[in-house]
Design a protein around this ligand. Structure first.
Ligand code: FUL
Length: 478
């Protein structure tokens, strides 16, 4: 946020829950990758048992740079690596367990996948995040207080040795059967209390203050409640998770389906992340080489995640070579091109924008801010003006089939509903309408529209005035 627009005494007062610095950076990432890679890649499983011999991890031609370049071609801004999945095998030479890459035959036990992926990310301008499964089917101490210490130590290693970490990812799979150092039994834990999450998250905050923490319940980023990659059409950035029993929520202990929409004007800024795999499974399996999602399917998911104010976390699992398989890489590259082409030109950029109200009639808050491409400038209305019209006029026809709106979210999520109309044969005709906007709302129209005159109506705002940062019209090639 430009200091003068936030601190300016004429600027709108922030409304409700607000994003932190780390969350604002997260909103800008929009599309980023999951890399599921571990012993499962070599044993053809989705959940390893924890009894795998370390030597099974042996990629034949691991190449972190090629992996990261495949992600970059899709326009991805970050990669989150499964540093440890439920099987407990650590992809870095940890001091906390022998069940790690240091005891594999790969590079004679001297390799470090976390080091290489994090370095390649930084070299190519991507940020790096870590997935560290709390459930550990290998560790003999799982279920005792000793294991919680080990888990925190693993986080400490990862958060101190590998440079800046953008996101820390905790899944909600908690306990069950496993190897557990040879005990081979079923261990259950109390999901609400066992891990001591507040203390664990305090450690993350201390070591990496800008990292956002993801789990079913945040504290920074929430699970959207499905693994299919979409948010609900109405999707608020605010959310107040409750436990399955209505009490205190914890990862794996929450009414997770509510994550799809969040809660309008909830107490916490806790936006949704939509995770999904480019293949049916999270890990690479040869039998799924023909089942890679097409670029069109990825586009659809983009509209249903990023286009609803959430993020698109797309898993792309490295194969047994330690690279991204060709069908996956091809789909990623085409998807990246389609996104880049779609947004390269806001066709409304030369249009005349006239608002029914501009805050204090000041240039600071003028409608031109909607077209400057800056997330921290915005058109605002006077106090008490909670609905307003924006007319868009052009001497030539604007041709588009996608509309993009963004709120100035540093000031909170303020708008409740909107509509877009086009002027046809002497009357306004409604093209689209919706509810939540937040960081991004995309409307993908069924047909191309050619029009010289349009109108955006902000029909309701719960804040005392409106602050909208972008109005964009784009043409998606069909
Ligand atoms: C889940 C895990 O059980 C899956 O294996 C996968 O890692 C997914 C992203 O999270 O909780």
């Amino acid at each position: 946020m430009e200091p003068d627009l936030i601190t300016n005494d004429q600027a709108p007062a922030p409304f409700g829950a607000l994003p932190s610095h780390g969350q604002l950076k997260w909103h800008a990432r929009e599309v980023y990758a999951f890399l599921h890679f571990t012993v499962n890649t070599f044993t053809d499983r989705e959940w390893g048992l924890g009894d795998e011999d370390c030597s099974v991890f042996n990629p034949t031609d691991f190449n972190a740079e090629l992996i990261v370049l495949a992600l970059k071609a899709a326009g991805m801004k970050a990669a989150i690596l499964t540093c440890k999945h439920h099987d407990g095998f650590c992809l870095w030479p940890t001091k906390t367990t022998e069940h790690s890459i240091a005891h594999s035959s790969w590079r004679e036990g001297k390799g470090d996948v976390v080091r290489e992926i994090s370095n390649a990310c930084r070299q190519h301008g991507l940020e790096f995040g870590i997935y560290v499964s709390p459930w550990d089917r290998n560790n003999a101490h799982y279920g005792t207080a000793e294991y919680v210490k080990i888990y925190r130590e693993q986080l400490r290693e990862l958060l101190t040795v590998y440079g800046p970490i953008c996101e820390v990812w905790h899944d909600g799979a908690n306990g069950g059967d496993g190897y557990y150092g040879g005990a081979r039994e079923t261990r259950s834990i109390d999901r609400r209390t066992y891990y001591g999450w507040p203390e664990t998250w305090a450690l993350v905050r201390k070591l990496q203050p800008d990292a956002v923490i993801f789990s079913d319940v945040g504290p920074d980023i929430r699970w959207v409640g499905n693994e299919s990659g979409f948010a609900n059409e109405t999707c608020w950035a605010t959310y107040d998770p409750v436990g399955e029993d209505g009490g205190v929520a914890a990862p794996g202990w929450t009414r997770y389906r509510e994550g799809g929409s969040g809660h309008a004007h909830g107490k916490h800024w806790l936006p949704a992340e939509c995770d999904v795999s480019i293949r049916p499974g999270w890990f690479w399996h040869e039998t799924e080489n023909g089942k890679v999602k097409s670029p069109e399917a990825l586009m659809e998911l983009y509209f249903k995640s990023v286009g609803r104010g959430a993020s698109f976390l797309l898993n792309v699992p490295p194969d047994r070579r330690g690279q991204i398989s060709q069908p996956d890489a091809e789909s990623l590259a085409k998807f990246g091109k389609q996104i880049a082409n779609l947004f390269k030109d806001n066709v409304a950029k030369h249009a005349r924008l006239t608002a029914s109200n501009v805050r204090g009639k000041k240039s600071h808050f003028a409608t031109s801010k909607l077209l400057d491409g800056k997330p921290d400038t915005y058109w605002a209305t006077d106090e008490g003006v909670t609905s307003a019209d924006l007319k868009i006029e052009c001497t030539h026809e604007l041709k588009f089939n996608v509309i993009r709106l963004r709120e100035a979210i540093a000031l909170g999520q303020r708008i409740d509903s909107f509509s877009v109309d086009t002027w046809i044969d002497g009357a306004w005709k409604e093209l689209a309408s919706g509810t939540s906007i937040g960081s991004c709302r995309l409307i993908r129209l069924a047909q191309q529209v050619n029009s010289c005159t349009l109108r955006l109506r902000i029909t309701q705002s719960s804040a005392t005035c409106i602050a909208l940062s972008e109005f964009g019209l784009y043409l998606e090639a069909t």
